[in-house]
Design a protein around this ligand. Structure first.
Ligand SMILES: [Zn+2]
Length: 582
């Protein structure tokens, strides 16, 4: 069926993402068209906006009968608010992606722009139609063009398209808050998060706002941001000094109540929390927990998990719109204001409120590159940045003899990158996290652009001395049911199903010598892990910790260049460093 959750792993293997359309609980699964029709038609009948005889004429997916009723229904107005949503774009400006299921081209800023403009004009053509264009964070980090411009290229595109707000994601901190403040100045829209604080009090940093208020037609819409409280774990801690990330629900409820008091008719939350949709349609994960605690919120548009979801939690529509520009989220709310509105139904309903909202339809659609003409204005913005960095991005630094793949368990590419780090640092052992390797390496010429896609994060190599006992603890921290840390210079066996701290069973150096608990080993890792990212605690105890300031990506590029200059090609390293026990 249509509710498929994709994993949290690297974006390029989101293989089973698909359209998520809202079905009311218990309704038969007849396919999106029929069901959307059922929702729209029953809604319109309920609200008395159309006669039963007309209901049959409503075409699937169309809400054209949702009209501004004005005088006709006694000063009641109905607005069809279309929220267009992009999240976790990760700098995917160029059209270089394929949909894993269909092999059709998907994404690229100019294609996404065409989908946005098409949805926008469809929505505005409807009577009472209004559009809100928003994003849920992690928009910039992840490609050569975007990273070489420190995210400026993505913000230029978002400005061009008229984005109205963007939540702060964990990757917004990758280049430090100084760069984020620059991007804030460049952006014609605010970066939102209500739960990021500077220090102990309630003061927020200057580059973020808790909310913004926009007016659409006669509606006053409050938009509130929320950022994952896991940011200190999943972002580079050295970039977060002095920042506090509170649990978001209570903070958002406080802001929502304040905005309601100040006359907001609709409250939309842009969150960066993550979640998934189960086969029965239910939304699970942090965003579901969050939504279940919200009060007076009409819609939650979420990101972070790179998943696709379109469901309802606590009577609030919750949508997650995939990642990397492969999907566009479209949520339609009917907002009825004025006299005679019903009470007690719909998430936006409150005693004495001027308006109530009701979900008409929500859908996360693929952005196929072969079905719409790419938007010229957006392509021109992307081109201007791509040209500026073209010589560097297209530089060939090596040739891969075969595809070298990555994954959460031991992978050939993980082994290769750990080997490169170990060699660059002159260490005996190296550790790197699978989550930092964002794509596989394709057979054939390797360009700087491809290395950026594989290693988008600006992580540096850190060295330190660890005892054998500390190496074991670090391996334990890197071993869970979700995967293993990528290693070089050692072999280990583990049983991932065992309790935390007891999973690693044996450790030996590359040459087979068992690791000595009291031995002293020179270890290399990346600065993200060294400073406690992904909950690694042991690296912080290392002796003589040294940040080499060598970027992992730069180490990879110069290693590949050396192989190329020697006339060699890169082959996938063999597996066998990690033995998984059953
Ligand atoms: Zn994120």
């Amino acid at each position: 069926m249509l509710f498929i959750k994709s994993s949290f792993r690297r974006a390029r293997v989101e293989s089973r993402e698909t359209r998520g359309t809202y079905w009311p609980a218990g309704s038969p699964r007849r396919g999106p068209g029929a069901t959307v029709f059922a929702v729209a038609a029953s809604l319109l009948l309920l609200t008395g906006l159309m006669a039963p005889s007309q209901a049959g004429a409503v075409s699937a997916g169309s809400a054209s009968a949702c009209v501004q009723t004005g005088q006709a229904a006694g000063k009641q107005t109905s607005t069809l608010l279309t929220i267009i949503h992009v999240t976790d774009f990760h700098g995917a400006l160029l059209p270089e992606d394929k949909d894993a299921a269909t092999q059709r081209p998907v994404g690229g800023a100019a294609v996404v722009a065409s989908y946005i403009k098409t949805e926008k004009s469809k929505a505005l053509a409807q009577r009472g139609g209004e559009v809100l264009l928003v994003a849920s964070g992690d928009m910039m980090q992840g490609s050569a063009v975007s990273n070489l411009s420190r995210g400026a290229a993505v913000i230029s595109v978002m400005n061009e398209l008229g984005f109205e707000a963007c939540a702060v994601g964990n990757h917004e901190f990758d280049w430090g808050t100084g760069v984020l403040a620059e991007r804030k100045r460049q952006a014609k829209f605010p970066f939102l998060s209500a739960n990021i604080f500077a220090g102990e009090g309630t003061k927020q940093p200057a580059w973020v706002l808790p909310y913004t208020v926009v007016r659409k037609g006669g509606l006053k819409i409050g938009i509130i941001g929320a950022t994952t409280e896991d940011t200190p774990v999943v972002a580079n801690p050295k970039m977060l000094v002095g920042l506090r990330f509170d649990k978001p629900a209570a903070v958002v409820n406080r802001v929502a109540a304040k905005l309601r008091k100040e006359g907001a008719d609709v409250i939309v939350v842009l969150s960066h929390l993550g979640g998934a949709q189960e086969r029965d349609g239910s939304v699970t994960g942090p965003v579901a927990e969050f939504a279940s605690e919200l009060k007076g919120v009409d819609a939650v548009l979420d990101g972070h998990s790179h998943t696709v979801a379109a469901g309802v939690v606590n009577s609030i529509p919750v949508m997650i719109s995939g990642s990397n520009g492969r999907r566009l989220g479209v949520m339609k709310l009917e907002v009825v204001c004025g006299a005679g509105q019903r009470s007690g139904a719909g998430s936006g309903s409150r005693a004495g409120a001027r308006c109530t909202s009701r979900l008409v339809e929500q859908e996360v659609e693929p952005t196929y590159g072969d079905s719409l003409e790419p938007d010229k204005a957006t392509a021109a913005v992307v081109d201007s940045y791509a040209r500026k960095f073209a010589a560097e991005i297209d530089r060939v630094v090596g040739v891969a003899a075969a595809d070298i793949s990555t994954g959460r368990q031991e992978s050939a590419l993980g082994n290769l990158i750990a080997d490169i780090m170990r060699e660059a640092a002159g260490a005996e052992i190296a550790f790197t996290n699978a989550g930092g390797i964002r794509a596989g390496l394709d057979a054939g010429p390797i360009t700087v652009g491809e290395i950026f896609r594989i290693l988008p994060f600006d992580n540096t190599i850190v060295t330190m001395y660890l005892t054998g006992e500390q190496v074991k603890r670090a391996l334990e921290e890197g071993t869970s049911s979700r995967g293993v840390v990528q290693v070089s210079g050692l072999k280990f066996s583990c049983r991932q199903a065992d309790p935390a701290g007891q999973r690693v069973k044996s450790i030996a150096l590359e040459n087979g010598t068992p690791l000595s608990p009291s031995g002293r080993y020179l270890v290399a890792t990346n600065d993200f892990m060294a400073s406690g990212g992904d909950r690694y605690a042991t690296f912080k105890e290392g002796d003589t910790i040294l940040n080499t300031q060598i970027l992992v990506r730069e180490a990879a590029i110069s290693w590949l260049d050396k192989v190329r200059q020697a006339g060699g090609q890169v082959s996938p390293p063999s597996l066998g460093r990690v033995e998984l026990l059953q």
